[in-house]
Design a protein around this ligand. Structure first.
Ligand code: ATR
Length: 265
């Protein structure tokens, strides 16, 4: 049996085990995916220990995605973004970032992403991965609470940084809005409300607790298309699955599994 797992802290509420185990079962792959709470000081032992124990792969989640870089050979994308969310133990310890691909796939489910004007809230780990990927196809604007961080990221990806106060002026010409901050996570609050949104835009929130965030409710009110955070979770997980198995991931099966898990609470 092949062994996989997710390391993070906290990791109790991770939906990755449900999603990956369902995919393994569906494709008759003899594998098991578990979750492990790992303290920051023990991160290196956890990664290299998993390799010694014969694990096939790991996912890495908050708060270890940046520090994990130290223990892996990153591929070009993970090295460039500076964060790792997938490890594959094959001829060494290989590191990947599938968050970027996850966001792209989630968006492509409802819209074409080429040549668009995309506004991204946030300049943290999630935003780095998403903005790096999307800037390859589109014009990206970064609006971050701490402007200097937003500016640094915008410069890196060849985008533009704006202040949070200026989003209301820019929003009219935005095709896609992405919330990559933690605003809205277990709270009924948003950085922008329906009166400033418009029906010709796609609004994507990477927060999935609650599933319908305040931002997504406001976007619906404005008549915009919405994408919830589970889509990104599923697509980043599908991309990890494909790295580990070399087999096309059963995306619909994985999505059904996580939606059921969320509905069950
Ligand atoms: P992640 O890895 O999920 O991206 P992170 O690296 O901690 O998490 O980044 C969180 C992001 O949410 C940051 O862009 C943060 O803005 P700052 O860079 O100014 O800290 C943003 N954020 C968190 N709380 C916020 C709030 N109340 N208002 C606006 N932005 C907020």
């Amino acid at each position: 049996m092949k062994l996989f797992g997710i390391i993070g802290n906290p990791v109790k509420h991770s939906l990755s085990p449900v999603m990956q185990n369902e995919a393994f079962k569906y494709l008759n792959i003899d594998a098991c995916y578990l979750k492990f709470k790992v303290e920051e000081a023990k991160l290196g032992y956890a990664i290299l220990g998993a390799e010694s124990l014969g694990f096939s792969g790991l996912n890495v989640t908050v708060p270890h995605k940046e520090k994990a870089l130290k223990y892996v050979e990153p591929d070009e994308l993970a090295g460039e973004i500076g964060t790792v969310n997938t490890i594959y133990f094959k001829r060494g310890v290989k590191g990947f970032n599938t968050d970027a691909m996850g966001a792209k796939m989630a968006l492509e489910g409802v819209t074409d992403i080429k040549g668009k004007r995309i506004l991204i809230f946030g300049a943290g780990g999630a935003s780095k991965a998403i903005s790096y990927e999307l800037s390859r196809y589109s014009e990206v604007l970064i609006a971050n609470r701490t402007f200097s961080k937003g500016l640094k990221l915008a410069n890196k990806i060849g985008g533009e940084a704006i202040r949070l106060d200026d989003i209301f002026r820019e929003i009219k010409s935005v095709d896609i809005l992405i919330n990559a901050t933690t605003v809205g996570l277990n709270e009924d609050r948003s950085l922008i409300y329906s009166k400033n949104l418009h029906k010709d835009m796609v609004v994507f929130d990477i927060v999935y607790s609650p599933l319908k965030t305040c931002l997504l409710k406001e976007a619906e009110k404005a008549g915009a298309k919405t994408i919830d955070g589970l889509k990104m979770l599923v697509h980043q997980g599908a991309a990890s699955f494909e790295i580990w198995t070399g087999v096309k991931a059963p995306v619909k099966v994985m999505e059904r599994a996580v939606r059921h898990a969320v509905e069950r609470g």
